[in-house]
Design a protein around this ligand. Sequence first.
Ligand code: B12
Ligand code: SF4
Ligand code: SF4
Length: 306
Amino acid sequence: MKLNSIKIKQKAIDLGFDAVGISKAEPTLKEKERLYSWISENKNGSMHWIEHRKEERGDIHKYYADAKSIISVALNYYTGMNQKNLASNYKFSSYAWGDDYHQVLKKKLFTLFNWIKTIKKDVNGIVCTDTSPLMEKVWAQKSGLGWIGKHTNLITKEFGSWVFLGELILDVNLEYDLSFQEDLCGTCAACIDACPTKALDDYQIDSKECISYLNIEKRGDFSEQDNSLNGWIYGCDICQEVCPWNIKFSKLSDEVSFMVRDEIKNYSDKDWEKLSEFEYKKIFKNSAVKRVKYTGLKRNITKNKS
Ligand code: B12
Ligand code: SF4
Ligand code: SF4
C-alpha cells in the first residue's frame, strides 16, 4: 500500500478523531509576528515557558528542522451536560471532567504514527498535543479544520469549539488541504461581552485577566489585583458556552473517557471545601486537574469563598 493523505485521514477517523486535515510545514511569518507582539505586551503573564521557546512556536522548522507535513486532528469533548448539571457552585471546566486529554490524544496519535510506519518504514515524525512549542490553532486552521474565533479558540463548523487539538508532524510530503479562509464570527461579539474579567479583545486574550490562567497556570498566592474567579475552581468555559456555534452545533462526543467523573458531578460545596489530599489524589487520577496539585485546587476554592 502507498502512503497518501486520503488513507491517513481515513485511519485517523477510524481511530476516533472527529476531524483531520493536513497542511504543508511552511513559514508562518504573520502569526509569528502576532505571537511576538502578544508576548511583548506581556499577555502571557507568568507563562514564561511560552516566551522561552517562542522561536520554535513561531517557526515550525526551528522546532523540527525536517518537518514537511502537519497532520492536524481534533477530538470532540462535548458531553451534552453543562455547569447547571453539577451539584456544586464551584465549577470545573468541562474539558477537565474526564480523563486527561493529553493522554487520550497522544495514544491515538501514536497509533496513527505506528500505522503509517507499517506502510512507509523510513518516515520520521513527532506527536504533539498542547505542551509542544507550536501554535496548534494556527496549524488547525491551515489544515482546514476551522477558524480562530474572537474568543481565540479554534471553532469547527461541525462541532463548534469543544474540541481538543493535536498534531503528527512528518518528514514526508503529502497532499495538502486548503486552509480555512472564512471568519464565521461575523458581527457577533457574545464571547467578548460575556467574559466577566474582560480578558478578550478581538481575537486576542490577555492571559493575566483570564480566569483559566489564574486558576490553572498562575503559581503561588493570588494578589489583591487578581480578578475574581467567578466560582470557577479549574478553568473557565464562559466564552465558549455563549458562542452560537457551540449552542447550535455541539454534538455528543463518542469518547467515553471524557464523560464527567461522579465526584465532579455530585460533590456539594461543602464536599469540595473539606477535600483531603487523599481524596484529591483518588478523584483526579489520570485527570488534567492534577496540573494545579492539591494546594492549587484548595487555593482556588478559598479564593472563591472569600
Ligand atoms: C497558553 C495556552 C493557554 C493560555 C492562553 C490562551 C490563548 N488563547 O492563547 C490560557 C491559560 C489562558 C489558556 C486557556 C484556555 N485554553 Co489553552 N492553550 C494554551 C497553549 C498551550 C498555547 C497557546 C498559545 O500559543 N497562545 C499564544 C497566542 C499568541 O497564540 P494563539 O492564540 O495561537 O495566537 C493566535 C491568536 O492570538 C491570533 N492573534 C493574536 N494577535 C492577533 C491580532 C489580530 C488582529 C488577529 C486577527 C489575531 C491575532 O493570532 C495568533 C497567531 O496568528 C495551547 C496549546 C498550543 N500549543 O497551541 C492551548 C490551547 C489553545 N488551549 C486550549 C483550551 C481547551 C483552553 C481553554 C478552553 C481551557 C478552559 N476551558 O479553561 C481556555 C480557553 C481560554 C481562551 N478564551 O482562550 C485548547 C484550545 C482548543 C481549541 N478548540 O482551540 C489548546 C489548543 C490545547 C489543545 N491541544 O487542545 N490556554
Ligand atoms: S475563559 Fe473565561 S475568563 Fe478566560 S477569556 Fe473566556 S470567559 Fe474570559
Ligand atoms: S461568541 Fe461570537 S464572536 Fe465569539 S467566537 Fe463565538 S461566534 Fe465568534
